[in-house]
Each structure stands twice: as structure tokens, then as C-alpha cells.
Design a protein around this ligand. Structure first.
Ligand code: BGC
Length: 390
């Protein structure tokens, strides 16, 4: 039976990011940070899920589970390991990944930058360097000239607003903020310009590709007296990015929870609330709240990340069901949502937290790289099948 709440062509899938699953991303800045003597990382990424080698089996497995889409990222540090030097072999690898998606019937949603940079970029000062938009666009041109026709959806920069979010949660500036930049107004402007330059590069090399930006969006809920601060937090994570996105083909939403906001900023989760392994409140309703808030943007909305870090997989099933109930209600109200891509396909490298938080639908034995499908994977895969008639 086809679940008619979801439109034909709705993309059902999972998301990953190169550094978190591929393994041995040795030319990236993060690899260097992980191995620095004073590293803030709980452990290094190492072999990760060995997805660089096992991508074909992984893509086949995701298709067998019932999914029809797969979001992954192309790693800048592999494609351009030195300034201006492009690796033909790395481009060939990603061509093979895209071919595997086509072979097994998964629509690829490709992220061109997911937090990691080549080391030479961090030597230039990273995303605070005003020359970065041009350099990023050169990398995007190289990728899209080679692979563009096989990429229907390209996300330029993952969570272009991550530095703002990290500042809001009070992360130390020498800690995870290293992902993009300090979040200063000038540095954020570099990121916005990089998105605009990358969008132009995508369109020039591959006019058939739809291009957009992803933002991390929290469902800010004002507590008494918190209205002004909540509005400000929303402005700096969402509205400030609108001008740069004005000409995008779609808008990509990434959400994990809600945040209660008092007059001075974030408040702790309510007394007795269930917390995820990340310490966020278990609150899947946040996704629909955020979709409704961004709907006036008037573009197709892709949900490119939503998920939960939980040891008890039954909680993941519950999370997904409640998040999807929200997506269904948004669709019923006429909001143009085009995808639900769960974060993440695998238990993977959760940045500074290492391998402890488990977001995956699929467990990975980190010694043998054996994949073990969790019940939540079968559950979400079955929903995908019921909706897409696969
Ligand atoms: C990021 C992912 C990350 C996930 C879970 C998102 O902010 O795009 O790379 O693993 O959240 O924390």
C-alpha cells in the first residue's frame, strides 16, 4: 500500500559526511587537530567506517533497506590536497560513488563542504580569509565540471551558520568552533560569499543541478521574558542568511531539537525531560516547528538532517515516527517538503565527541567494519518503501 501523505518523488534516505565515515582523511585540518598534542577531540577519527573503501556495499545496503536517496559529502581535502592541485583519482572515486547510487537507484544529494578543509586552507587562516570564496569556487568548479550531470542536488556548505550556533551554546572558541570560523560578522560574510560564488560555479558547470544551502536550525521556544532573545537567535541563525540564499533552488533544513530561551539566552531542558546522548532534549516535534517557520522562504524544502543519538534503538524508532508525523502535517498544510534524510546512516565519528554518540541506523564494528542493521533502519526503510512504492 502506498502512503499517500508523501508526494511522488519524495526523497527518503540517510545522510553522511566524508570525514565522519570515510576514514583516513589525512590531508584535512580536522585530522591534524585530532592528532595535535592538546587536542580537544575525545579520540581521532582513524579508519572511521571505512566507507571510502566500502561505499558500494553501503549504498547497496541502503537501497535494499528501501531508501531512494543518499546524501554524502565530497571531501575538499581529497579532491584538492594542495592549493591548485586536483587529484584525478579522488574525483574518479566520487564518480564511482555516484555511479553506485545510480546503479542501486538512490538519488544523490551531494554536499560540497561538510566542516572539513584541506590543511592548506587552515594555513591561510581558514574561513576568516577573504580570499576563500574564490578558492572554494575553484574547487566546486573542478568537482562540478567532472561530476555535475550526475548530481541532481548540490548543497554548497553544510550548516553555514554552525559558528553562530556554537557561539549561542557557549562552545569555547578553540573548541568545536574551529569547524568554520569564529562566527565574527566578517567571517560569516566570507561564508555567505563562498556560498554565492559556489552556487555560480555549480550553475556554470552543471545547469541541470539544483543548488542550495543547509542551515542548522533550532526550534527556539521563548520562556517568560525570552521573546526578544529568541527572535534575535533566530535572526542570526536564519534571517541573516536569507539574502545569500535568495537565488537558491532549494533550502535545506537540519534540526535535532528545541531550545528554550530566557531573557539571557538558552535555558536548560525542562526538569525531568528525556535527554539524548548529546545532552539535547528528546523533542522530535522540533522539526515540523522549524519547517513551518522557514516555509515563507517560498522554496522547496529538503530535510537533509534530523535524527537522534541514542543507545536504545527503540527511542530512535519513536523519534523518527514523531518527526515524520510532523512532516506529514506540514505536507498536509501545503508546505513543499521534498525529502527526509535521517542523520545518520551509520554510527560514525561525531566530531569532538568521537565515537560515543550513536546516531546510526546501522552499527559498525570498528575493528572488522562489519555492518549490523538496527531495527530502526528496517522501520524507516519500510516507511520509505510504503511511500515510494519501491
Ligand atoms: C552535522 C553533522 C553532525 C550532526 C549530529 C550536524 O550538525 O551536520 O555532521 O554529526 O549534526 O551532531
Amino acid at each position: 500500500m502506498v502512503d499517500e501523505a508523501f508526494p511522488e518523488g519524495f526523497l527518503w534516505g540517510t545522510s553522511t559526511a566524508a570525514h565522519q565515515v570515510e576514514g583516513n582523511n589525512v590531508n584535512s585540518d580536522l585530522w591534524a587537530f585530532e592528532h595535535a598534542p592538546d587536542s580537544v577531540f575525545a579520540e581521532p577519527s582513524g579508519d572511521a567506517c571505512d566507507h571510502y573503501r566500502l561505499y558500494r556495499d553501503d549504498i547497496r545496503l541502503l537501497a535494499e533497506l528501501g531508501f531512494n536517496a543518499y546524501r554524502f559529502s565530497i571531501e575538499w581535502a581529497r579532491v584538492e590536497p594542495e592549493d591548485g592541485f586536483f587529484s584525478r583519482a579522488a574525483l574518479r572515486h566520487y564518480a564511482d560513488v555516484l555511479d553506485a547510487c545510480a546503479e542501486f537507484g538512490l538519488t544523490p544529494v551531494v554536499t560540497l563542504h561538510h566542516f572539513t578543509n584541506p590543511r592548506w586552507v587552515s594555513r591561510l587562516g581558514g574561513w576568516s580569509n577573504s580570499g576563500l570564496p574564490e578558492r572554494f569556487a575553484a574547487y566546486v568548479s573542478a568537482v562540478m565540471s567532472e561530476l555535475g550531470p550526475r548530481i541532481p542536488y548540490a548543497c554548497t556548505i553544510n550548516e553555514a551558520n554552525i559558528a553562530v550556533i556554537l557561539r549561542q551554546v557557549g562552545a569555547p572558541s578553540d573548541g568545536p568552533s574551529m569547524f568554520m570560523n569564529s562566527g565574527s560578522p566578517e567571517a560569516l560574510e566570507v561564508i555567505r560569499q563562498a556560498h554565492v560564488a559556489a552556487r555560480a560555479a555549480v550553475r556554470k558547470a552543471s545547469p541541470s543541478t539544483s543548488v542550495g544551502l543547509t542551515l542548522a536550525l533550532q526550534d527556539y521556544q521563548p520562556a517568560a521574558g525570552g521573546e526578544a532573545r529568541a527572535a534575535e537567535m533566530w535572526r542570526e541563525t536564519f534571517e541573516d542568511f536569507l539574502p545569500a540564499m535568495a537565488e537558491d533552488d532549494f533550502f535545506a533544513v537540519q534540526n535535532y531539537s528545541r531550545v528554550l530561551v530566557g531573557p539571557d539566552g538558552m535555558l536548560p531542558a525542562p526538569e525531568g525531560a528525556e535527554l539524548t546522548q548529546m545532552g539535547y532534549e528528546f523533542y522530535p516535534e522540533a522539526l515540523a516547528n522549524v519547517i513551518r517557520k522557514v516555509a515563507p522562504v517560498g522554496k522547496p524544502i529538503l530535510v537533509t538532517e534530523n535524527g537522534v543519538a541514542a543507545t536504545d534503538d527503540a527511542r530512535r524508532v519513536e523519534f523518527v515516527d514523531r518527526a515524520l508525523a510532523g512532516v506529514r502535517s506540514c505536507l498536509a498544510d501545503g508546505i513543499d517538503v521534498r525529502s527526509y534524510l535521517y542523520w545518520s546512516a551509520f554510527d560514525n565519528f561525531e566530531w569532538v565527541f568521537g565515537y560515543r554518540p550513536t546516531f546510526g541506523l546501522i552499527e559498525v564494528d570498528r575493528r572488522t567494519f562489519e555492518r549490523r542493521v538496527k531495527p530502526s533502519a528496517r522501520h524507516l526503510g519500510a516507511l520509505a518503501r510504503a511511500s515510494s512504492g519501491r
